[in-house]
Structures are given as C-alpha cells and as structure tokens.
Ligand binder design. Structure first.
Ligand code: GLA
Length: 392
C-alpha cells in the first residue's frame, strides 16, 4: 500500500456515484452535490468557547447524487473507499418525525434530512467519498454538508451559508449526538481555494486568509490511529470549559484574559478546569497571531505557534495521544520543518506541519524510518467548499 493519500477529484467521484445510482435504482440521478474534508491549521478545541479557528478545506470530497422516488421513504447507499457498501432507509420527514437510530452512520444523513427547512419527499441517494474516515479531517461534516447541499438542489430550497452550517451542526448534535462546535460545518460550507478561513466562532463572521508562501507546503500526516475515547472525552472538555466560564461569570472563555487564570485559582477551581481554561485563552490568542503572521510570511513564528499549540493540547487540554506526540517530536527534529501540531478533535487522526517544499520527501522518509505505526501523507492543497453540481 502506498503511503501517499491521493484525492480522486470531483469528476471521478461523481462518475462513480452516478454509475452506482443507475445500477442500484435503474434510473439517472437528477441532483448532485459535493463537500470537502478539512484540516485545522490552528485554533483547536476553542470553537465551542466562541474562539477563533483557522481551518482549510481539503481536496478530499464526499459526493451525494440522487432523485425523488415517488414514495414516502428515503433510501441511501454509501460506498466506502474500501468498496464496502452500506445501506439505510428511513421515512420522509413529511410522513413522520425522524428520530436518531440505527445504523449509526446514517444518522449524519438523517439528521440533515430531518432539519432541512424545505419539503423533503421520499428520495433515493448514493454517497461516495474519499475523505479519510476517523482521521480527524471532518468526514462527518463533509457528509452532512454534502447531504444538505444535495437537498437544496433536489428541492430548490436554498439556505444562506451560515444558517446552513448551523443546521448541519445542530443535526450532528441531535442525531449522532456529538456536541461539536461550528468549525467543521462552517469551513466545509465556506472554504475558498488557496485560502485558510479565520472564523470568529462568536460573531460567525469569517475572513479568507491567502496561503501563498512560495516554497512552503502544509504536510498532513495521518497517524491512522483512532483511540475510542472521543465519545466521552469531547463532551467533557466542552463541559469543563463551560464550568470555567461560569465560574468567571462570563458567557464563554472568549472574553477571558490571562489574568483570569489567577482568578480561577483564587476561586479554588478544579485543576482540570483550570488547565482547559488556560489552553483555550492562550490558543485563541495564538490563532489571532497566526492569522496575522501567515500573510506576512513570518513562517518561523507561525511554526512556533504550531508547536506551542501542540504542547498545550497535549499537556493542558489532554486530547493528544502517544502516536501524535511522537509524530510531532519527529517533525521537530527534521530539517526544513517550521512547526507541527495535532489537528482536529484528537485521540488519533492527523498532524499538520508547515514544511519547506524542497525537504518534504526527506521529511516523509524520516517519519517512515522513525515512526513505528503506518502513517499516510498528503500535501494539503487548500480547496473550495461545498457546491451543488449540475448534471448534464
Ligand atoms: C472536532 C469538532 C470541532 C472542533 C474540533 C476541535 O472536530 O467537530 O467542532 O471542536 O474537534 O478543535
């Protein structure tokens, strides 16, 4: 198996989805949409505290195609990268109020169908994707936003982008039951090629930041490990941050300052709550600084901020794992690497590194030699967000 993850591209995924739809349902699809995965450059575990985040969209995509079927039921076939096929069906929301259920993967689709603000009659759909699943690059948000955009195309009901991201986030809260922040659905909806997006998770306004440092690339290393802790750990982190804000008497940690750590100490705050608050306060200011330094090509400083972010996620937020820490250590000792950090929710998944283009191959070789797991790599090309696709 190659260690290089290569994006198939929208045209190939669309062809695959369309062929599968015709073979399964015996007619042509009439609506189609795609949505990408994402990598967060910095601003980790702060979106649910109304902080700043700086993600980019990836060229890896989820494509949904389909058509009404003239019944009261929705049928969805999902083809995984391995070729395995998953099937699910549930009633149209016009017939009954949808509830989360089994199979678990279908809750991402069902939740969006349930919350879509238009009349969704029974439909058949096929989903294909090359977004790595469980890699911390937002395969969930890609599926939600691709489904939503497909429904916009199918029903003709269009929804303003921020509202769309919020509805997809709500779907993830209410159906799979993951209390995520807004970052993933927002970037997947609003990304622009060649840019990162500085999202203010309080005002929900965003600024596109051009990524044009010549001779420098974003190398993503997938550890290909996923520790099964995420289910309970993520909601705990969110609750601890909320507890810190409540103790300070503020709506979220966004408005907290470094001094507030002393205040929390004086209030005899739980030690874990204190550590989480420190991470969030410092990570928000690191993210604001990185967004200023990136367009100035001050890559040394951006790299330092990446390392600081990782150490904080590992020691204060405690969402890293030995594999991610090891990858960052290897990258720290490699020539031509400005900085590296874990990206996404944590407990496995990917590391993102800012690397001189001419040293990328040497850096990969070093990782293959020194890391005992089975990593995959890709150089991240910041890509566009979700779109509907016109079928000919
Ligand atoms: C997951 C969540 C996001 C965000 C990140 C951590 O990806 O879906 O909302 O909280 O973790 O930054």
């Amino acid at each position: 198996m190659s260690n290089e993850a290569i994006a198939k591209g929208e045209a190939a995924l669309l062809r695959q989805a369309r062929d599968k739809f015709v073979a399964t349902f015996g007619r042509e699809p009439v609506a189609a949409a795609s949505a990408p995965g994402r990598v967060n450059l910095i601003g980790e575990h702060v979106d649910y505290c109304e902080g700043f985040v700086l993600p980019v969209a990836l060229p890896f995509l989820t494509v949904v195609v389909g058509a009404y079927n003239g019944t009261d039921d929705c049928s969805v076939v999902s083809v995984l990268a391995s070729g395995e096929e998953l099937r699910a069906s549930f009633p149209s929301p016009l017939k009954t109020t949808l509830e989360p259920g089994s199979p678990p993967w279908a809750n991402y689709v069902k939740g969006v169908v349930a919350l879509f603000p238009g009349d969704v009659k029974g439909f058949d759909a096929v989903v294909v994707s090359d977004v790595p699943i469980g890699g911390g690059v937002s395969s969930s948000a890609a599926l939600e936003v691709a489904t939503f955009t497909f429904l916009e195309e199918l029903t003709g009901t269009r929804v303003e982008p921020v509202k769309k991201a919020q509805l997809c986030q709500k779907a993830e809260h209410e159906f799979p039951g993951m209390p995520c922040g807004i970052m993933d659905q927002y970037i997947v909806t609003m990304a622009k090629k060649g840019h990162a997006l500085l999202i203010d998770c309080r005002s929900l306004e965003a600024t596109h930041i051009p990524l044009e440092a010549e001779g420098t690339v974003l190398l993503v290393v997938n550890s290909n490990v996923k520790h099964q802790l995420t289910g309970s750990e993520y909601p705990q982190r969110r609750a601890q941050c909320l507890a810190a804000a409540e103790a300070l008497g503020i709506p979220s940690l966004r408005t907290a300052k470094t001094d507030d750590i002393n205040k929390l100490q004086q209030l005899n705050c739980d030690e874990l709550v204190l550590k989480r608050a420190k991470h969030v306060i410092e990570e928000i200011s690191r993210t604001e600084e990185a967004a200023k330094k990136l367009p100035l090509n001050d890559l040394d400083r951006v790299g330092e901020l990446f390392y600081e972010s990782h150490v904080s996620l590992s020691n204060l937020m405690e969402v890293s794992c030995p594999e991610l820490d090891r990858l960052v250590d290897i990258l720290r000792s490699a020539r031509g690497v400005y900085g590296a950090r874990m990206t996404g929710g944590g407990f496995g998944g990917c590391v993102v590194a800012l690397v001189e283009e001419e040293t990328v191959e040497v850096v990969k070789k070093k990782i293959l030699e020194e890391y005992s797991g089975n990593p995959t790599f890709f150089v991240c090309q910041p890509s566009d967000g979700a779109r509907s696709i016109k079928l000919k």
